[in-house]
Design a binder for this molecule. Sequence first.
Ligand code: SF4
Length: 407
Amino acid sequence: MPTTYRDVVSRALRFREDPKAVELLNKVVSSVSSRVYRVLESYPYLEYLAKEVSEVKRYSIANLDRLLKQAMESVERVGGRAYLAKDSEEARRIVGEIVGEGQIVIKSKSMITEEIGLREYLEERGNEVWETDLGMLILQYLEGERPTHPVIPVLHVSKERIIRAFKSRLGLKDLDEGSPPEKIVELARRILREKFIKATIGITGANAFAADSGAVVIVENESNARLTSALPPKHIAVTSIDKIVPTLGDAVKVAFVQAAYTGLYPPTYINIIAGPSSTADIEYERVVGAHGPREYHVVFIDNGRVGALDDPVMMDMMRCIRCGRCLIECPAYQSFGPSWGSGPYSGPMGVGWIYITRGIDEAGPLSMLCMHAGNCVEVCPLSIDLPSIIQRIKSMYVSRIMGSEES
Ligand code: SF4
């Protein structure tokens, strides 16, 4: 974890010394960028939708208190249980109590669960935890690696490394150096299939949360979030409070825009989950727990976000929908890739989120790599003013260093 500017620079330089990682980064950057432009050209309504979402998010953060209260009441109304955690520790404890010990837990990709270190915590409590998104499963078995992009978490990892990790850590002996991606996917699918069936707990994140209906909205292509939220008897949705929007219609719009600006549009699946599964087919009596979960838990997490609302520059970060578009067009990210970040967050938006969730000591040194090219604000679907946010973090960091040198 970088703590000084020197650490940040040396990590960035080490990344440049890995030709395979640099080659993969270049490949992903150019293909995602052109895919996004193609999507926006093919579906012109998406840019209008992005403007709408921008305003919805502005309204949502201005009315966060009220929407959070409404969201929690809605969860209870649809038969779920709602919780509010002020920080990572409380969030881990709440989820830990719902999960218990000795369970098989399946998880879909979620930055907030990475932010709070949930998988490691549940494993320490004696649970068997499986990432079901293929990228996250790869990371789970690669020592010391972390997600490098909100949507493409292993963009810097070669197929050869994945094969080595899966052979040694997952016991997939059928793989060899020349195995094609299809074979890796097929073998991972076979392993996970059994876990999907046996799991007692499914944990998902949220792309958006609808305050009016208590519904979590998740956009994906692999179908693992669908299975994770539908097969186990308990579903726990973990979401940061900035994901709350007023209505289910707004939440679905966020999902559309998020998918579009990652170049994955139309998304294969948009999941809407509003309560435990149920049926009323026998004499119109509602019975909870049909084929899907019997329990629906939603954990809302603050972790520094409410504090960000006190700062007129920083509060704009709260509109971010984690599409990762700003990373792809940023010259610093194009050069240093995932090494420019910490925890689950990287790139320009990563600097903002690291500041909000972990403070100036971690975000300050990272902010110094920003070149202020301004591409991020140009391409962000919500026009979030990242250059001003990063400038603000830089100023705070520099004042802090100067202050400590003077004292
Ligand atoms: S700052 Fe904008 S472009 Fe970057 S991840 Fe957030 S919404 Fe997407």
